[in-house]
Every structure is written in structure tokens, then in C-alpha cells.
Design a protein around this ligand. Structure first.
Ligand SMILES: [Fe+2]
Ligand SMILES: [Fe+2]
Length: 215
């Protein structure tokens, strides 16, 4: 266990444990804990169900933004860079779903359509509105990942898969907060109707999170 912890903490990006052809942390990346209470299992299921849907929606948001702003010399590369990170997030979430045997939400197709629509519509409103969309989404997702870390604090601390999951969630949270900063630095708050746009997009994300926990 100690060996695992030491090796894991030396990883700059814990998610890379899921992206290697020969994982170093076998039990951490392949086993699901068998000593969870029913409530903890439910918490884990709901968390990973929401996270996968969120990462899918994020990918489609950026796809929608790129469909409109892909050729913009300033916004295009920025959006592409954030999208590339979302692709990695989703690949990791898909592996976590297999590992912990999670049923995906029934709302996956809706998440794709809503994500693409949100991305494309905000991009059509302008670069600043596209950034405002990212700012609003990542604010909610950052809080959401923090909530999950709080929930996971009561889980068995000696289980390597839970340790790794917490490290991965922390890493993804930090990436999302970096996207938030990128959006703000790139004039998100100058978007026309910024306050309304933030409120509507943020509220939509919170509803989507609650739905995906349950369905
Ligand atoms: Fe993400
Ligand atoms: Fe993100």
C-alpha cells in the first residue's frame, strides 16, 4: 500500500494511470471496492454517472463552439486546447465506468445534443459569449467535483482505487478551473448579457447534474 501511495503521489497527472498500455497500479485501476456500504456504493455510482455525462457534454460543447469558431485565429486554438483536455477526461471516465461497473445515464444522447447546441449557440453570439459559456459551465463543474471530493472523504482510505479516484477528480477539477481562468482572461465577462447568460447556463448545468444522478 505504501509503495502504491508513494508511486502515485509522484505522478504529475494521476489520470495517466488509466491511459497507459501497461498500468502501474493494477488494483487501483482495475478493482472496485467490495466493502462499501449501500449508501457509499450509491454515491459512487451517481458520482461517476454524472461525471461521464458531464465530460461527454463538455466535449460536445467544444465541438459546437469549434463548428462556429474553429477558423477564428484567436478563439480556435484556445477552444481546441480545452477540447483536447476534455477528450482525455472522457477517456478516463470511460475507464472508471468499466472498473466500477457503472451504468451510464439514460440521458447521454440528450447530453450530446444539449452540449453541442449550447456550444454552437453561444459561439454564434460571439467569442466572448463562447467564453462566458465556458466560464459558467466550469464554475459549476468545479464546485461539483469539490462536492464529490467531500463525499469521498468518508470512503475507506486504504482502498487504492478510491485513493486514485480522489486524485483523478482533483486533477480534473484543476483542469476545469484552468478552463474557467482561460475563459475569464479571454473576455468572458465582456459578453453581452453576461450575468443572464451565466445564470441560465449555470442553472442548466445544475439541473443536468441532478437529473443524471437519478436517471
Ligand atoms: Fe472535463
Ligand atoms: Fe472543462
Amino acid at each position: 500500500m505504501l509503495r502504491f501511495s508513494r508511486s502515485l503521489s509522484s505522478l504529475a497527472r494521476p489520470s495517466s494511470a488509466y491511459l497507459r498500455s501497461t498500468p502501474d497500479f493494477h488494483s487501483a485501476t482495475t478493482l472496485t471496492p467490495n466493502e462499501l456500504s449501500l449508501e457509499q456504493r450509491h454515491t459512487l455510482d451517481a458520482a461517476l454517472r454524472v461525471d461521464q455525462a458531464g465530460e461527454i457534454a463538455a466535449n460536445y460543447i467544444y465541438a459546437g463552439q469549434m463548428a462556429v469558431l474553429g477558423r477564428d485565429k484567436a478563439a480556435g486554438p484556445l477552444i481546441q486546447e480545452m477540447w483536447n483536455q476534455e477528450k482525455v477526461h472522457l477517456a478516463v471516465m470511460n475507464k472508471l465506468h468499466l472498473q466500477h461497473r457503472i451504468r451510464p445515464t439514460l440521458l447521454l444522447e440528450a447530453a450530446k445534443v444539449a452540449g453541442f447546441g449550447l456550444g454552437a449557440v453561444t459561439a454564434l453570439m460571439g467569442k466572448e459569449a463562447a467564453m462566458a459559456c465556458t466560464e459558467a459551465v466550469e464554475t459549476v463543474i468545479g464546485e461539483h467535483y469539490d462536492d464529490q471530493l467531500r463525499d469521498l472523504a468518508s470512503f475507506p482510505t486504504h482502498d487504492p482505487s478510491i485513493q486514485l479516484l480522489k486524485d483523478v477528480i482533483r486533477e480534473l477539477r484543476d483542469d476545469e478551473l484552468e478552463h474557467l481562468d482561460t475563459a475569464v482572461v479571454n473576455n468572458a465577462q465582456r459578453a453581452p448579457g453576461h450575468a443572464l447568460l451565466s445564470t441560465v447556463v449555470g442553472a442548466g448545468c445544475r439541473v443536468a447534474i441532478e437529473l443524471c444522478k437519478r436517471i
